[in-house]
Each structure stands twice: as C-alpha cells, then as structure tokens.
Ligand binder design. Structure first.
Ligand code: 5RP
Length: 258
C-alpha cells in the first residue's frame, strides 16, 4: 500500500516563554541596576517581585559593584532576607528621606496609581515609599489594569480593637457603600487567600480587611481619603500619586512607564 509521505516541516527553534517568576526577576534586577548607585539610601519592598530586587542588591554589594548602601526594609520578611544577604539596614528613625524605594504592586492603573498590600505590608511600605525621592514599581504585565478594583481586593489595615465595628464603618463610607464587600483576612497576612482559621495579623499587630469590588472603583482618591479619615483604620492599600516609574515585564520584553 502506498503511504503518503508526511509533509516535512522546516524545523523552527521555539523560544520558551519566560515564566511569571522569570518576569519578576527581570524587573527586580533591572530596578536595582538602573536606579541604585553607591552611597544611596534604599527602601526595600515586600513580596515575591521585590524579593528579586533585594537579591540583586545583595549580589551587587557582595561583588563590590555597589558600596555604601544602607536600606530600610518594609516588612519583617524583607528584613530577614536582607540580613541573610548582608545588606546594611537602618530605619526611618535614623533617616527620614531615602533616595529610592523599589517595590511590587497588586494593581497598576494607567495613571500609575496602585493597589498594594496583598502581602500584608502596606503600612510599612507606604511609610517608607512616601519618603523616597523616587518610588520605582516593579511588576509583570498581569498587574496592569484599566481601573483599580475588580482585579484585586483593596487591603485596609485596621486596629484589632473593635474591628467588627470598624469593618461596618468602612463598608458604610460614602465612596464604598454598596460597592464592595469587606472581608476580614484570615490565615497568613502575607497573602489574601483567607486560608486559615485565625485572623491574619500584620507585622504591626493589626488586622487586615480586604475590600472586594466587582466593578471598577469610580473614585479611588475619594475612597482613599475617606478610609484615611476613619478612626480605627491605620492605613489602606491605595497608593495614589506616589509612583515615579513602573518597570513592566511582559512576554514582549521590558518597558518603563513614567
Ligand atoms: C505586599 C505588597 C506586594 O508588593 C504586592 O502584594 C505584590 O506582591 P508580589 O510581587 O508577590 O506579586 O504590596 O504588601
């Protein structure tokens, strides 16, 4: 019997798509390479993307490329990582101004406003990043959104004291009422999976309520201002007007938005 010959195809080398972790590593490394020079005071963010920036900083200090760096970590986790890598650390009590801070984000809108705090470190992140001359955000492209809200819950750090009351007050704020579901974070503060039986506790001994939106937030600055003005709320995960530049890693390469 005559068997038709299989069509021969030219062999093409297929480039492997970088994994999400590789994309995070690319932006973490690039932020240090492009924005940190010897002698700087550097704010170190928290999360899986920021951890690559911390790794790169440790590497460049070790091989002598960078010298006289002093860094302020934004969480206990980041502090421990930096200590392991031998990065000299300080606090805002010593220095109230930093040259640069580098951190990841959960959502980035077209105006470079952010939602942060998926890892539960929003208060220390905001305190550190707000005093940096440059705040560099590092993300893979999955974090970009048209409007803040539906893609990722907005974390709000609240005091444990009468937290159920504070959660009700937050849910009733004019900018939020009927627009989101406040959910007390359970399990580990370092994710928002609500994966444990205990209330998640932040590095500051507080609780987190995640505001779950099913539609884009109409007026994020108004929601941010009302949250900030609420007794019992320590801070919130809206980072409005703080970003200097966003380094974005995608399958097509790296781009920077300012
Ligand atoms: C921690 C944060 C993180 O920066 C944010 O959750 C992004 O984390 P990752 O880089 O792991 O996606 O705000 O509080």
């Amino acid at each position: 019997a005559f068997a038709p010959k299989a069509a021969s195809r030219p062999s093409v080398a297929v480039a492997a798509m970088p994994s999400q972790d590789e994309l995070k590593k690319q932006v973490g490394y690039q932020a240090i390479d492009d924005y940190v020079t010897s002698g700087m005071k550097v704010g170190l963010g928290t999360g899986s993307t920021a951890a690559f920036a911390v790794e790169r900083l440790g590497m460049l200090l070790k091989d002598g490329t960078l010298k006289d760096i002093i860094a302020v970590p934004t969480s206990v986790r980041t502090k421990e990582q930096a200590e392991e890598l031998g990065i000299p650390l300080t606090t805002l009590d010593e220095f109230s101004r930093l040259d640069v801070a580098i951190d990841g984000a959960d959502e980035v809108d077209p105006d470079l406003n952010l939602v942060k705090g998926g890892g539960g470190a929003l208060l220390r992140e905001k305190m550190v990043e707000i005093v940096a001359d440059k705040f560099i955000v590092i993300v893979d492209e999955s974090k970009l959104c048209d409007a803040l809200g539906p893609g990722f819950p907005v974390p709000v750090e609240i005091t444990p004291f009468c937290h159920e009351h504070t959660i009700r007050v937050v849910g009733d704020l004019p900018a939020l009422k009927g627009k989101c579901k406040p959910v007390l974070r359970m399990g580990s503060s370092s994710n928002n999976q609500n994966d444990g039986d205990n209330i998640a506790v932040t590095d500051n001994g507080n609780y987190i309520v995640d505001l779950v939106f099913d539609k884009p937030i109409e007026d994020a600055p108004a929601a941010a201002a009302q949250l900030k003005n609420t007794c019992g709320v320590v801070d919130h995960g809206f980072f409005i007007g703080m970003t200097t530049a966003v380094i974005i890693a995608g399958q097509e390469g790296i781009s920077v938005k300012t």
